[in-house]
Design a protein around this ligand. Structure first.
Ligand code: SAM
Length: 304
């Protein structure tokens, strides 16, 4: 599962929802963490970030909020590519490490945090590990995906469109046949024309039904990049098609994973129950909004 995350982090992203490599969380998510972490900006405070990725949360704490006193420890199953500015004495990362089996002695952690990471773990096992590692009186706080959020809902549309584009004899297959026919018979011959018409009509249909999802797959860009100029040769076209197929496979895996881990209200409730059973107290939920839009849900608790 974490292979695509290793590839993602290797590409140099700082956070999991980034337009550019340097992008970090801002707005309500950043404010939420600024407020929560303020009380823990203390010397010798051990803060563990579960599913840390390349250290977005730790970067926010240290470099945006200037909370420089704690020790920050990132834990992630993926192979990471930590930015140089996080190579500091009080920061360390455990890569290839599962939250379900933490490399810490019992009762040595003051605070466990997670931003869109904890829900990817086997939560019961990870909670059990945290109830062992976190000190009595310590605190946990996770921000997680919710099925109704503005992040998850559009991704469900993109996931649907991936299947619609890649279905047998669907747009991707017809485009491949179109490329082969141009190569074999020339641009305006009847076979190539037949595929061109079929491709156009499939794209129009898909665009009417799920335009957002279709554009989210990148298929319209592939079409434009590959077919708009006759100077692109057959080999380059085939190579673009091959890369696109593999990108769609990874995208489908990543989105299936996102959609399956995102919580709904029932799962939030059962998470609270599991936490109480493991000795966590003061369990509270909240919803993070940007205006009317749901960004995610948070759960906080103390260890008795
Ligand atoms: C959506 S990313 C979030 C990364 C980071 N917190 C951020 O917001 O940029 C989820 C991360 O959880 C990690 N992960 C998934 N399952 C895990 C597990 N069982 N234990 C630790 N990390 C896990 C993945 O490798 C991935 O890096």
């Amino acid at each position: 599962m974490s292979d695509y995350w290793s590839d993602y982090w290797k590409a140099g992203h700082l956070s999991s929802f980034a337009q550019s490599n340097q992008d970090n969380y801002s707005g309500e998510i950043a404010s939420f963490w600024q407020e929560f972490l303020r009380n823990h900006n203390l010397p010798h405070c051990n803060i563990v970030d579960i599913g840390s990725g390349n250290g977005a949360l730790i970067d926010l704490a240290l470099n945006n909020f200037k909370y420089s006193q704690p020790n920050y420890i990132g834990v992630d199953t993926a192979k990471l590519s930590i930015p140089k500015h996080l190579s500091q004495e009080n920061v360390r990362f455990h890569q290839n490490t599962r939250a379900e089996s933490l490399p810490f002695d019992s009762s040595t952690i003051d605070v466990a945090i997670s931003q869109f990471g904890f829900e990817y773990t086997n939560m019961d096992k990870a909670l059990k590990e945290l109830s062992r590692s976190v000190k009595s009186g310590g605190e946990v706080c996770f921000v997680m995906h919710h099925k109704d959020s503005v992040i998850v809902k559009p991704n469900a549309l993109i996931r649907k469109a991936v299947d619609e584009v890649m279905i047998k004899n669907g747009p991707f297959d017809v485009m491949s046949m179109f490329v082969n026919a141009i190569h074999k018979f020339g641009k305006n011959n009847p076979t190539a024309e037949k595929y061109r018409h079929s491709l156009n009509s499939q794209i129009q249909q898909l665009s009417r039904a799920n335009k957002f999802g279709l554009y989210g797959t990148g298929f319209p860009d592939l079409l434009k990049d590959t077919m708009s100029s006759s100077s692109i040769d057959f080999k380059s076209r085939k190579s673009k098609l091959k890369s696109f197929r593999s990108e769609m496979k990874t995208l489908a895996q990543r989105l299936d994973n996102l959609l399956s881990v995102a919580l709904d209200n029932d799962r939030m409730d059962s998470l609270s129950v599991s936490m109480s059973e493991l000795g966590f107290t003061n369990v509270t939920h909240s919803r993070l909004h940007h205006g009317d839009e749901l960004l995610g849900v948070s759960i906080k608790a103390n260890l008795a």
